[in-house]
Structures are given as structure tokens and as C-alpha cells.
Design a protein around this ligand. Structure first.
Ligand code: HMG
Ligand code: MG
Length: 304
């Protein structure tokens, strides 16, 4: 692979937004600090969305205020509308992410409007952010399939990607929200979107429901994409994407990249420690295969 790959750690947001067990603001801050200490730099730390829709993200202002002072990180937060933008700015956000969809069904379920209406909502948010010197990332969900509408055509993704890019997003993240993609489709999608959004500005955000996320990422890397969204421990999911499991695990991504000769700067021992601690708090073992192997090896060594 050779060149650099950037990891966007989404565990504190995507990872925790769907968890039934409440995780306190203090524990979320500790988790983010542990991820920074493990060498992750770009971290999505919260969401300024309706507390009725996603109660798990209440307190994102406090989280951002606390971790935002650390100079060794870049902190992202989700913002769906101007109300969210104002709250995010008041908490010191310097990077926000708007989130749309390639499919109508998910757009309606997730943010209560059509795809076209969502773009109209994003326009003033992006304009204000640009005027304030705030960077804007643009997510597109359901790029490889929708839980409500089924198949999603690459052109539908390209159409939304073009709009987000033209409005001024610095990066477009392609979300396989329900983790149904396979490498051929992932490759074709990356190629299609890269016909408009520069490859360097494309991120791959793949959930792992069908166990294809790493393979899909590898296909995208071969195509030239260099930004990967992942969540420590394979945490993640969206309440509006029924049946979907977590994001690809950061540990598994790091292990694959290092094996490909791509230095990540991540300390695996510290990352697994951060994952173990958050897994303990939410009461279930990590989905990451690498974390599971690492923990098993450690237990075996302790028995010797
Ligand atoms: P709406 O009902 O159309 O909005 O929701 P509204 O403007 O009519 O407001 C309704 C209520 O929400 C009002 O409160 C507003 O004040 C409040 P009420 O008068 O009923 O008490 N409200 C807000 N409160 C706090 N912050 C805000 C805000 N906006 C309105 N920003 C809305 C529209 C988008 C707000 C709502 O549907 C929502 O918050 N949805 C959350 C969706 C979400 O966070 N989903 C998970 C993240 S997306 C994801 O996981 C996919 C991704 O990972 C990529 C992938 O995997 O594909 C990114
Ligand atoms: Mg997601």
C-alpha cells in the first residue's frame, strides 16, 4: 500500500449512540482520552441531535468542551440542522459532520425529511460553518443498501456526493449503514464517487453486519481511497438501521494496515485496553477479532 491512511475513530459517537446501557459523560470522556492515548488522532466524539431521537448523545457539549482542549486530537461532532450547529459551536466545535442518505426511506426514518429536504437543511449549516472557519464533513448513509428501500444505485450516491462536495464539504464519507456491501460493489462505488469527489477526500464508513467490512475496505484501498472510519471494539449501529451491527473494528483495521506496511501510529495494547474498558461498561465483549485474540493471548500468558 505504501502511503498514509487516515483513521477516523467513530466509537464514542456511532459506537455508543445505539447502546441500551447508559454510558455517563465522564465515561465517554475517559474513553476518548484513552483512544487519544492509544495514538488515534481524529475522533468523532458526539452528536448535536434531538435528545428524544438519540438520548445516548446527550451531554455531547460537555464531552466536546472537555476533550476539545487536547492539542493532540481533531474532534468531530454530528450536526443535523442549524439548531445543532449553534449548540456545537457554543461547545467549541471546529469540525462538524452533516449526515444525509442516498435512499429516501432511511432519510425519512433517520432525520425525518426527504433527501432533497435534507440538502436544504444542510445548506445554511455549511454556509455558516464555512464563514466561521469550521470544517464540514458530509456523510452519505445507505450507500450499498437501505433497510427500507433495498438496493441503492451508485448513481444515487454520486448525486448526493456531488451536492455535498459542491457545497463545500472537505470530505465525503460513504456509509454502508447496514453492512450489506461486498468488495466488488464497494470497489465500484468508490470508483464511481471518485469520478467527482477527489479520491483523497473520500472516506469509507463500513458497518460489519455480514462480516465483509474489512474485505470491502481492502477493495476501496486498492482503488485508492485512503480514509477509513472505524470504531474501537467494533461498536456501533444506528437505531434507524434495524438489524445492523457495529462499525468495522479499529483494532482489526490497524492490524490489517500494519500488515500491509502502512504505519498507523496506534499502540495496539492501549487500544485494546480502551476497548476492554468500554466493553466492560456496556456489558458485552468486543466484536473485534483482534481484540478477542489479544485478550485470549494475554489470558494464556497469565496462566503460564
Ligand atoms: P424533526 O422532528 O424533524 O425536527 O427531527 P424539528 O425541527 O421538527 O424538531 C423536533 C424537536 O427536536 C424539537 O423539540 C426541536 O427543538 C428538537 P421539541 O419541541 O419536540 O421538544 N431538535 C433538536 N434538539 C437538539 N438538537 C438538535 C435539534 N433539532 C431539533 N439539533 C432531527 C429532525 C434531525 C433533529 C431528528 O430527526 C434527529 O435528531 N435525528 C437524529 C438522527 C441521528 O442522530 N441518527 C444517528 C446518526 S446517523 C448514523 O448513525 C449514520 C452514520 O453513522 C453513517 C452510516 O453509518 O451510514 C453517520
Ligand atoms: Mg455509521
Amino acid at each position: 500500500m505504501g502511503d498514509e491512511v487516515r483513521i477516523v475513530e467513530v466509537g464514542p459517537r456511532d459506537g455508543l449512540q445505539n447502546e441500551k446501557t447508559p454510558v455517563s459523560v465522564a465515561a465517554r470522556i475517559t474513553f476518548i482520552e484513552a483512544l487519544l492515548d492509544a495514538g488515534l488522532h481524529t475522533i468523532e466524539v458526539g452528536a448535536f441531535v434531538s435528545p428524544k431521537a438519540i438520548p445516548q448523545m446527550v451531554g455531547s457539549d460537555e464531552v466536546l468542551r472537555r476533550v476539545g482542549s487536547r492539542a493532540d486530537g481533531e474532534f468531530h461532532v454530528l450536526v443535523p440542522n442549524e439548531k445543532g450547529y449553534e449548540a456545537a459551536r457554543a461547545a467549541g466545535a471546529t469540525v462538524i459532520a452533516v449526515f444525509g442518505s442516498a435512499s429516501e426511506g432511511f432519510s425519512r426514518a433517520n432525520i425525518n425529511c426527504s433527501v432533497a429536504e435534507s440538502i436544504e437543511r444542510f445548506k445554511p449549516v455549511i454556509a455558516r460553518a464555512r464563514a466561521d472557519g469550521v470544517k464540514v464533513r458530509g456523510y452519505i448513509s445507505c450507500v450499498l443498501g437501505c433497510p427500507y428501500d433495498g438496493e441503492v444505485k451508485p448513481q444515487a450516491v454520486v448525486d448526493v456526493a456531488k451536492v455535498l462536495w459542491d457545497l463545500g464539504c472537505y470530505e465525503v464519507s460513504l456509509g454502508d449503514t447496514i453492512g450489506v456491501g461486498t468488495p466488488k460493489k464497494a470497489r465500484e462505488l468508490v470508483r464511481a464517487v471518485a469520478g467527482y469527489v477527489p479520491m483523497a477526500s473520500l472516506a469509507m464508513h463500513f458497518h460489519d453486519t455480514y462480516g465483509q467490512a474489512l474485505a470491502n475496505l481492502y477493495a476501496g484501498l486498492e482503488e485508492g481511497a485512503r480514509v477509513i472510519d472505524s470504531a474501537a471494539g467494533g461498536l456501533g449501529g444506528c437505531p434507524y438501521a434495524p438489524g445492523a451491527t457495529g462499525n468495522v473494528a479499529t483494532e482489526d483495521v490497524v492490524y490489517m494496515l500494519e500488515g500491509l506496511g502502512v504505519a498507523t501510529g496506534v499502540d495496539m495494547a492501549r487500544l485494546v485496553q480502551a476497548t476492554n474498558e468500554i466493553s466492560r461498561l456496556i456489558g458485552r465483549p468486543p466484536l473485534s477479532r483482534v481484540a478477542a485474540a489479544w485478550n485470549a493471548k494475554k489470558r494464556a500468558a497469565n496462566r503460564e
